[in-house]
Design a protein around this ligand. Structure first.
Ligand code: LHQ
Length: 259
């Protein structure tokens, strides 16, 4: 259910159950867990690109796994989040290098929030985002209740989460929910070239940038200044900082090792 490759410092994961719009069943979850672990442990990887095959990006949980017969006991969805979705979202969010999502088509339910948990989201112009949860009596999960208000503000987060309307990629871009939308034909090439570029950049520094930005929504301005001090101290000890400054002074292109 997944395609996985590593090349030029870029790990590429493609959700691959196009017949059900790449929705997550048990097998895909298990494979995703393995692959994210492999990505994290592969020291050659300096960027992750996530995308989907076929006409959709991901329709969230495979609902055919989930239908409840009348009178039967309801499955514990909390357990499903605890065991499957939450570890996946934490792994994605905490990757110590940039994560790029190329949203090739509809991203619904958990699929939308998995995409939005990536650092940079590019979407095909024909793609869309749907917080489908409310239509089946659920709440946005996979980090959605944190990610949405952070990205688009509370008014839009509530509208998206409670109405469950389809948000076209262009509107998502106008709202600042994603980085950019691009023509459908250009999506994969643009996303890959961005991932390749990022994989040549100061990876350790980029990981520290993520940490600082993620902490910002929980911190006061003063706390954030303290965090910047601590993280900049680490960044300033990196090989890549040394290389960046030397290259600037010597008027040459830097070669970053990611350390
Ligand atoms: C699907 C699905 C799908 C199975 C399309 N499952 N087959 C976490 C914790 C534990 C449990 C509960 O959930 C969660 C998190 C969640 O993600 S909850 C939200 C789950 N997702 C949804 O509610 C979205 C359901 N899908 C849709 O609303 C539509 O498919 C969208 C709007 C995404 C796309 O619509 P269309 O472009 O019209 O495509 P379609 O509906 O015809 O879908 C194509 C095929 O894919 C179709 O199968 P078929 O055999 O008829 O061709 C669908 O049944 C199948 N499919 N989503 N989630």
């Amino acid at each position: 259910p997944l395609l996985y490759s590593v090349k030029d410092g870029v790990a590429c994961i493609t959700l691959n159950r196009p017949e059900s719009l790449n929705s997550f069943n048990t097998e895909m979850h298990a494979e995703m867990r393995k692959v994210l672990k492999a990505v994290r442990q592969d020291s050659s990887v300096r960027a992750l690109l996530l995308t989907g095959s076929g006409r959709g990006f991901c329709a969230g949980q495979d609902l055919s796994d989930r239908s409840v017969a009348p009178g039967a006991e309801a499955p514990d969805l909390g357990e499903s989040l605890e065991k499957r979705y939450n570890p996946m979202l934490r792994a994605l969010k905490d990757m110590p290098f940039p994560t790029i999502c190329a949203v090739n088509g509809v991203a619904a339910g958990a699929g939308a929030n998995i995409a939005l948990a990536c650092d940079i989201v590019l979407a095909a112009r024909s793609a869309s985002f749907i917080q489908a949860f409310c239509k089946i009596g659920l709440i946005p999960d996979s980090g959605g209740t944190w990610t949405l208000p952070n990205l688009v503000g509370m008014a839009r987060a509530k509208g998206l989460a409670m109405l469950g309307d389809k948000l076209p990629a262009e509107t998502a871009e106008q709202w600042g929910m994603i980085w950019r939308c691009v023509d459908d034909e250009a999506l994969q090439e643009e996303a890959m070239s961005m991932a390749r570029h990022l994989a040549t950049q100061p990876t350790h520094g980029l990981a520290l940038i993520k940490r600082a930005l993620h902490a910002s929504s929980d911190n006061s301005f003063n706390e954030q200044l303290d965090l910047e001090r601590d993280l900049q101290r680490l960044a300033g000890r990196s090989e890549d900082y040394r290389e960046g400054v030397s290259a600037f002074m010597e008027k040459r292109r830097p070669t970053f090792k990611g350390e």
